[in-house]
Design a binder for this molecule. Structure first.
Ligand SMILES: Nc1ncnc2c1ncn2[C@@H]1O[C@H](COP(=O)(O)OP(=O)(O)OP(=O)(O)O)[C@@H](O)[C@H]1O
Ligand SMILES: O=C(O)[C@H](O)[C@@H](O)[C@H](O)[C@H](O)CO
Length: 246
């Protein structure tokens, strides 16, 4: 069941909710969550040096509205979410939220032991990722880059609620697709990661690849070398931002 237990700050104000009253949080990051913003030059015209508002005075003297974006890099284990998300975050000078670091300890333990998560295991985690994205945007960032497997449509729909909370907020999924053998090879070759290769099959068994009706999804074939994947991802992001601005 969807949970709205955790209140989201809207324009700096936190609405009353059962969570505010009890002070309890249902899910907390297992480790120090990775919310990083790498101080490199922004891609021209996308953000200022603080990675903040992408507005500015247009040639007609009018101030353009601030457009906010959540770039959610999605797909099954090993598809390259973290790699691509870090690249986008650096290129766009935006904070990066590593979804895996927000799983409760029990989820990580399950996955480490080769036990797939259930819907119930994922609900609070998904809500937490949505909240954390909104928190950073409400704190003044123009946008965020977020990784989250979001394997089913109903998981993506949990995040799709985000734009209700912030004016001019746009959510985009960047879905990385690769066949099982490629995922297996990449997961098996990756050192020091909690996810065993045996979990790839279960990820694919529940995966609902985004349909054409999910018009907020950019799909990218990631069987190609990483440089090509990153270049395509950035190009599609920049073109999407242009479209939104027009
Ligand atoms: N296009 C690519 N070509 C070759 N190797 C890649 C490519 N993309 C990612 N990799 C490598 O595959 C491995 C998995 O990538 P990464 O950790 O980014 O995936 P992920 O989707 O974040 O995985 P998980 O969700 O399981 O954490 C890494 O070792 C990474 O360097
Ligand atoms: O929904 C899930 O089953 C999980 O989020 C997984 O996708 C892992 O966290 C990730 O892939 C790590 O390897």
């Amino acid at each position: 069941m969807l949970s709205y237990d955790n209140a989201v700050a809207v324009n700096g104000q936190t609405p009353a909710s059962p969570t505010n009253i009890s002070g309890a949080r249902t899910a907390v990051p297992t480790t120090s969550p990775k919310v990083t913003r790498v101080p490199v030059p922004a891609v021209s015209g996308t953000s200022d040096v603080h990675g903040q508002a992408m507005n500015g005075v247009q040639t007609n003297g009018q101030v353009a509205p601030v457009e906010h974006h959540i770039w959610l890099v999605t797909g099954p284990a090993g598809c390259g979410k973290s790699t691509v998300a870090k690249y986008l975050a650096v290129s766009l000078n935006l904070p990066y939220i590593e979804g895996d670091e927000y799983h409760p300890k029990a989820n990580v333990e399950k996955m480490s032991n080769g036990i797939p998560l259930t819907d119930a295991d994922r609900w609070d985690w998904l809500t937490l990722l949505r909240e954390e994205s909104l928190r950073l945007i409400n704190a003044g960032h123009a946008g965020v880059v977020l990784t989250c497997s979001a394997l089913k449509k109903k998981y993506r729909d949990v995040i799709r609620v985000a734009p209700y909370f912030v004016p001019n907020l746009h959510l985009h999924f960047i879905y990385l697709s690769a066949p099982e053998e490629v995922l297996l090879r990449r997961v098996a070759a990756r050192p020091n990661h909690f996810m065993p290769p045996s979990m790839v099959a279960s990820q694919l068994s529940i995966l609902e690849p985004p349909s054409e009706q999910e018009v907020d999804v950019i799909s990218i074939d990631v069987t190609r070398p990483i440089e090509q994947v990153e270049a395509e991802a950035l190009d599609r992001v920049l073109r999407t931002m242009d479209r939104v601005r027009q």
